[in-house]
Design a binder for this molecule. Structure first.
Ligand code: UDP
Length: 476
C-alpha cells in the first residue's frame, strides 16, 4: 500500500467520518487531520458536526461532505461557562435522541451505494455517545486526543492518583512531585473534587478513559521528539491493560495540514494586527491570548490589562467576546483610560490569526493560557512562552514548558490572584534577553528545529506516523 507519492493508498475507494467536539481547540485539529488523511490517504471525508459552532460554510474545504446533528443542549447549559456540563449534556442528548446513530446509518448507506465503504469513525475522546452509536452499527472508532501525550497518560492515571493519595489534593501537598508522572506536581492535576460538580468531572474522565480503551487507534496531536518518554510510557500502559490500541503521534497537525486557518476558525480573524506587527521591531512584541473557552474574572481582567500597560513592552492582546466571566458572549469593556495609556504600543483585537502572529518576526514571546493547540503552535514557531494556565490540561502543558522543555516560564506560579505590578515585572523579565532568557530562547529554537524535522517527507516521524495511520485505517 505504501507509495511515496501517496497515490495508491486509499485510492479514493474508502471513506472516513470525523466527529469533533464543537470547541475551537477541538474542531481545528480534527479538520486538519481530515485534510491530512484526505490528501495523503486519498480517503473521502464526511465531517459530522453539531449544528451549533459549525465550521463556516463559506470556508469549508472542497470535496468534504458536512452533516449536521443537533447538540441537544438545553439553552441554560449552552449559555453557561462550564465546558464539562456542555460535554455531558451533549452526550446525554445524543444517547436519548439517537441522532448520531441515525446520521451514521445514513452515511454508511450512501457510502456503500457509492462504493466508498466507511472505514471508521474518527471522533473526539469526549464523545462516548458517538462511540456507542458507531458500535451499534458495527463501525470501528479511532480517537483523536487534542491534548498532549502527557495529558492523555494523566487522564488514564486517575485510579493510581487516588490510590497513592495524590488526589483529592491537599492544600499543603500542592508542591509534591507526582513521581510516576514527572515533571508534574499535585497542583498541576485536574482534581475532580475541586470542581463544583464532582460527579460530572468524574464522568468526563471516565468517558475519556473508555473511548480510548474501546478504540481501534489513538491519534495524538504531538510529535515523537517532543514527548518521547510520555509516548513510550503510554504505549506500554495501553499494551499492559490488554488494549491493543495503536498510538499515532501525528503533530503538529496545524503545520502538516494545508487547510486554511479560516476553514476551522469559529470567529472572524482580525488581520489588521499583522500589518501592525509589521511596524514593530524584531522580537519586541508580546503576543497575549487566553484561549477560546475559559473566561477570566472581571478583576483579573483588569489586572491583566494594567499589567500589560505597566510593563512598557509592546503587546498584541486578544480580547475575545465572552472573555470576562458573567458577561455572556459580549465584548468585554477595557478599563477606563487603558487605551490612552497604551496608545501606539499596544494593539487589542477580538480574534487574531494566531498562527500568523506567532510566525511573525516581531513577536518575541507569547503570554498563553497554555491550551495544547497554542502550546504546539508556539513550539513550532520557536516562540518562548509565559504561561498562566487556567483549567484542565493547561497546568500540565505549562509545567512541561517550564520544567521539561524549558522554552518558557510560569507567570506568578502558586499565586491564586494576578496582580498588575507583578505581571508588569514578570513581562519585563521574560522579554528581556538576559542570560536566563538566552537559554530559554535556545531551547525554543531547538524545539522549533525538531518540530520542522518531524515533518520532513519520508524520514520525519510524523510523516511516517501518518502513513502508518492511513494503512491502519485501510486495514479496519
Ligand atoms: N486562536 C486564534 N486566534 C486567537 C486566539 C486563538 O486563532 O485570537 C486559535 C489558536 O491558534 C488555537 C486555538 O484558537 O489553535 C485555541 O486552542 P487552544 O487549545 O490553545 O485553547 P482553547 O481553545 O482550549 O482555549
Amino acid at each position: 500500500v505504501v507509495d511515496d507519492d501517496g497515490l495508491t493508498r486509499g485510492g479514493g475507494r474508502r471513506r472516513i467520518v470525523l466527529f469533533p467536539l464543537p470547541f475551537q481547540g477541538h474542531i481545528s485539529p480534527m479538520l486538519q487531520l481530515a485534510d491530512v488523511l484526505h490528501r495523503r490517504g486519498h480517503l473521502a471525508v464526511t465531517v459530522l458536526h453539531t449544528a451549533r459552532n459549525a465550521p463556516d460554510p463559506a470556508a469549508r474545504p472542497d470535496g468534504f461532505d458536512f452533516v449536521p446533528v443537533p447538540d441537544g443542549m438545553p439553552a441554560a447549559v449552552a449559555a453557561s461557562d462550564d465546558p464539562l456540563e456542555k460535554i455531558l449534556a451533549m452526550n446525554a442528548a445524543m444517547d436519548t435522541s439517537g441522532c448520531v446513530r441515525d446520521a451514521l446509518a445514513s452515511i454508511l448507506l450512501s457510502a456503500t451505494e457509492e462504493q466508498q465503504p466507511v472505514s471508521c469513525l474518527i471522533m473526539d475522546t469526549a464523545l462516548p455517545a458517538a462511540q456507542k452509536a458507531a458500535a451499534a452499527l458495527g463501525l470501528p472508532t479511532v480517537v483523536l486526543h487534542t491534548v498532549s501525550a502527557a495529558s492523555t497518560r494523566l487522564y488514564r492515571s486517575y485510579a493510581m492518583l487516588h490510590d497513592k493519595g495524590y488526589l483529592p489534593a491537599q492544600e499543603q501537598e500542592l508542591n509534591r512531585p507526582v513521581k510516576e508522572l514527572p515533571p508534574l506536581r499535585v497542583s498541576d492535576l485536574f482534581d475532580p473534587s475541586k470542581h463544583p460538580d464532582q460527579e460530572s468531572a468524574n464522568k468526563i474522565l471516565d468517558g475519556n478513559f473508555r473511548t480510548t480503551s474501546n478504540s481501534a487507534g489513538v491519534v495524538i496531536n504531538t510529535f515523537e521528539a517532543l514527548e518521547t518518554p510520555e509516548l513510550a510510557a503510554l504505549r506500554a500502559e495501553l499494551g499492559s491493560t490488554g488494549t491493543s490500541t495503536k498510538v499515532f503521534a501525528i503533530g503538529p497537525l496545524h503545520e502538516l495540514s494545508a487547510i486554511d486557518a479560516a476553514a476551522s476558525s469559529l470567529q472572524e480573524q482580525d488581520g489588521s494586527c499583522i500589518s501592525w506587527l509589521d511596524t514593530q521591531a524584531p522580537g519586541s512584541v508580546l503576543y497575549a491570548s487566553l484561549g477560546s473557552v475559559i473566561p477570566v474574572q472581571k478583576d483579573e481582567f483588569a489586572e491583566v490589562a494594567w499589567g500589560l500597560a505597566g510593563s512598557g513592552v509592546p503587546f498584541l492582546w486578544v480580547v475575545r467576546r465572552g472573555l470576562v466571566a458573567g458577561g455572556g458572549e459580549s465584548d468585554p469593556d477595557l478599563p477606563d483610560g487603558f487605551e490612552r495609556a497604551v496608545e501606539g504600543r499596544g494593539k487589542v483585537v477580538r480574534w487574531a490569526p494566531q498562527r500568523e502572529a506567532l510566525a511573525h518576526g516581531a513577536v518575541g514571546g507569547f503570554w498563553t493560557h497554555s491550551g495544547w493547540n497554542s502550546t504546539l503552535e508556539s513550539v513550532h514557531e520557536g516562540v518562548p512562552m509565559l504561561c498562566r494556565p487556567l483549567f484542565g490540561d493547561q497546568p500540565v502543558n505549562a509545567r512541561y514548558v517550564g520544567e521539561a522543555w524549558k522554552n518558557g516560564v510560569l507567570l506568578m506560579e502558586g499565586e491564586k490572584k494576578l496582580e498588575r505590578g507583578k505581571i508588569a515585572q514578570a513581562i519585563r523579565a521574560f522579554m528581556d534577553p538576559g542570560e536566563k532568557g538566552d537559554e530559554m530562547r535556545e531551547r525554543a529554537e531547538e524545539l522549533r528545529r525538531q518540530s520542522a524535522a518531524c515533518l520532513e517527507p519520508g524520514g520525519g516521524s510524523t510523516c511516517r506516523a501518518v502513513d502508518e495511520l492511513v494503512d491502519h485505517i485501510l486495514s479496519l
